[in-house]
Design a protein. Structure first.
Length: 622
């Protein structure tokens, strides 16, 4: 059993100011859509801030947090940026890299009631049981707000040592279960709703956070899989503190059929898995944002995840480099997040920002769309060209965003039948079940594995038991069919063996039938007549997941050639009558901050760069 550092704490509970409901946010005009009560009034516009994860992984230290807070206060606060969030594992004393220390090699800091405390080595102001209060006080003194990340559940160290639950005669050993343990970080056990002491444990940790002055808590391993009982305990725990604390649920994808429960209990919840600076993931986000757009509401925001922009220092997937997104792709990223009204959490090291990055973060007209627009939705998506629209509730104007999504230099997504989204070691089971109906008359089948955002190294991937189904009910193993052509980014594609010529093995489970490959790969088959359905389990081979390195892919399926045909700037006509403007309109380019003139009908056809975006305000001509 590992040694535990124990701090005795005197917790001072403070009832703080009531929820903010003004119609002005740090110099940016906002629109209060309707009066909201309770926790939703704490985030009437989508939260904006900085989070340490992309840049520093689990190893951020106090000096780095303060440097980012100082920069935000000086350069970004007046534009609505306000949250400074310390991400995962701030309670591990010997965490120094972008990757998690193994559980048995981690030095955990807890107090006498089994509650995690900040590492005093990494956060010197937290010594002598002060916790995060000194750091929160510093951030508050800058006019900003302070947030932290936690994992769902109760620390295993508290369970093993039978530490008491504050205010009860129960211990952590009385409230836990080993069921539903997180598959990718082994620090905690599940808290079992209904057990005596369970709600009291969650109350005790949020009482502690309230005493520190925490304004925002991101709770991980909570919304995928979706743990409704623990979500409700967390909601209750926040409410009983009397302090406005924004609740952000992670990771994604949150099941969309839980939208009602998520809206009733959280301020933010993730729509996808961890998002990085990779075009395939950004392109996939169009689909997920369109799917979640109907459930946008004040105080309850579907969250498309962080903005992996700027410079990364020692992140899990990025060390000492700037974002891989091109300037056009960064315009697309911000424009889509703004039109979707996703929370904006910047991931890079703010003091390293260049002028271009700051221009993206401080455009008042664009940020006004983010805070003010309503009825946000996808308007069209055809041939890699995408449009989003929204309303200005005050003027009657429309906002329209136009995207040239095209391909990523590897594949185009316009004819994709299936996309897995990011599959990584964070994905339950390290894979996804696939079951798709093929369009009538399908002649070909393309199995595609793309990089998931961290480079191609160790992206070993398997198509397990890939099966074709025919109209007459018969089936055929796809591995028994000879492909027409196939290539992969590394190695030789294997039939009934992995790309490294071993057994097909996903998370320790061995399979006899399947295809082993590596990103980036495309395998093209000619389909037998009357093929109507395809199934498989697509996952990460053990050859890529066994070490402490990346292994992140996306699986796709198409029945048409997915290779991109057009990577040029494209004129995209905007039908103003279809938007509700039968007469003349004036159009303003919000990114360029200039008027473009008067248009009607389909006269307005902006030229959008490959992977680029445009954002415009449409007004009736006077």
């Amino acid at each position: 059993m590992k040694t535990i550092n124990v701090f005795s704490l005197l917790i001072v509970l403070a009832l703080l100011v009531a929820c903010k409901s003004n119609a002005k946010k740090d110099g940016i005009a906002t629109y209060v859509h309707k009066e909201e009560s309770g926790f939703k009034s704490w985030a009437l516009t989508p939260p904006m801030g900085w989070n340490s994860w992309d840049c520093f992984g689990p190893s951020v230290v106090e000096e780095e947090v303060k440097a980012n807070a100082d920069y935000m206060a000086k350069h970004l606060k007046d534009f609505g940026w306000e949250y400074v969030v310390v991400d995962i594992r701030w309670y591990v004393d010997n965490q120094t890299t972008g990757h998690y220390n193994a559980y048995d090699k981690s030095e955990f800091i807890l107090d006498e009631y089994g509650r995690y405390m900040p590492s005093p080595k990494r956060f010197p102001s937290a010594t002598n049981g002060a916790g995060f209060k000194p750091l929160a006080d510093y951030i508050h003194s800058l006019g900003l707000k302070f947030g932290i990340h936690i994992m769902r559940g109760v620390p295993k160290e508290a369970v093993f040592n039978k530490l008491p639950v504050k205010g009860t005669n129960k211990t952590a050993a009385d409230i836990y279960s080993t069921e539903n343990e997180c598959t990718w970080l082994k620090d905690n056990y599940t808290v079992v709703a209904g057990k005596l002491g369970a709600q009291e444990y969650y109350n005790s940790i949020f009482d502690l956070y309230a005493a520190w002055g925490v304004d925002f808590v991101k709770v991980d391993n909570l919304s995928r899989p979706y743990y409704s009982k623990e979500i409700e305990m967390i909601r209750n725990a926040i409410d009983q503190t009397g302090r406005p604390i924004v609740l952000s649920m992670s990771p994604g994808a949150t099941p969309i059929d839980e939208h009602t429960h998520a809206t009733a209990n959280a301020n933010m919840w993730r729509t996808i898995d961890d998002f990085w600076d990779n075009w395939a993931q950004l392109n996939y986000s169009f689909e997920k944002c369109a799917e979640w757009a109907p459930y946008i509401s004040p105080g309850a925001w579907p969250d498309a995840d962080m903005l992996p922009m700027g410079k990364f220092i020692r992140g899990e997937r990025a060390t000492n480099r700037y974002t891989k997104f091109t300037k056009d792709e960064q315009y697309t990223l911000i424009t889509l997040w703004v039109m979707f009204k996703s929370p904006l959490m910047f991931g890079g090291n703010l003091p390293d920002n260049d002028e271009f990055t700051n221009l993206l973060l401080t455009n008042e007209e664009v940020l006004e769309v983010h805070s003010k627009s309503i009825n946000n939705k996808q308007w069209f998506n055809k041939n890699d060209l995408i449009g989003w629209i929204a309303d200005d509730p005050e003027s009657g104007d429309k906002f329209v965003a136009i995207f040239n999504s095209a391909g990523d230099g590897f594949v185009t997504t316009k004819n994709i039948l299936y996309r897995s989204g990011t599959v990584s070691k964070l994905t339950d089971g390290f894979g996804k079940d696939i079951d798709i109906k093929l369009p009538d008359g399908s002649k070909e089948l393309y199995l595609i594995v793309n990089d998931g955002g961290d480079g191609h190294a160790y992206d070993h991937a398997n198509w397990i038991n890939p099966t074709l189904y025919f109209e007459d009910g018969n089936t055929m193993k796809l591995a028994d069919l000879t492909w027409e052509e196939a290539y992969a980014g590394w190695g030789t594609i294997g039939v009934n063996k992995s790309i490294s010529e071993g057994e097909l093995n996903i998370k320790g489970v061995k399979y006899e039938n399947g295809i082993g490959t590596h990103s980036q790969s495309i395998i093209r088959y000619k389909l037998p007549e009357n093929t109507v359905r395809f199934t498989a389990f697509a996952g990460l081979d053990i050859g890529g997941t066994s070490g402490n390195h990346g292994c992140t892919v996306e699986f796709m399926i198409s029945n048409e050639d997915p290779t991109p045909k057009n990577e040029n700037p494209t004129k995209i006509p905007v039908n103003l009558e279809e938007m509700g403007f039968p007469g003349k309109c004036t159009i303003r380019d919000l990114w360029q901050k200039k008027h473009l003139g008067t248009f009607s009908g389909s006269e307005f056809s902006p030229t959008i760069n490959y992977h680029g975006a445009g954002l415009y305000r449409i007004s009736k001509a006077k």
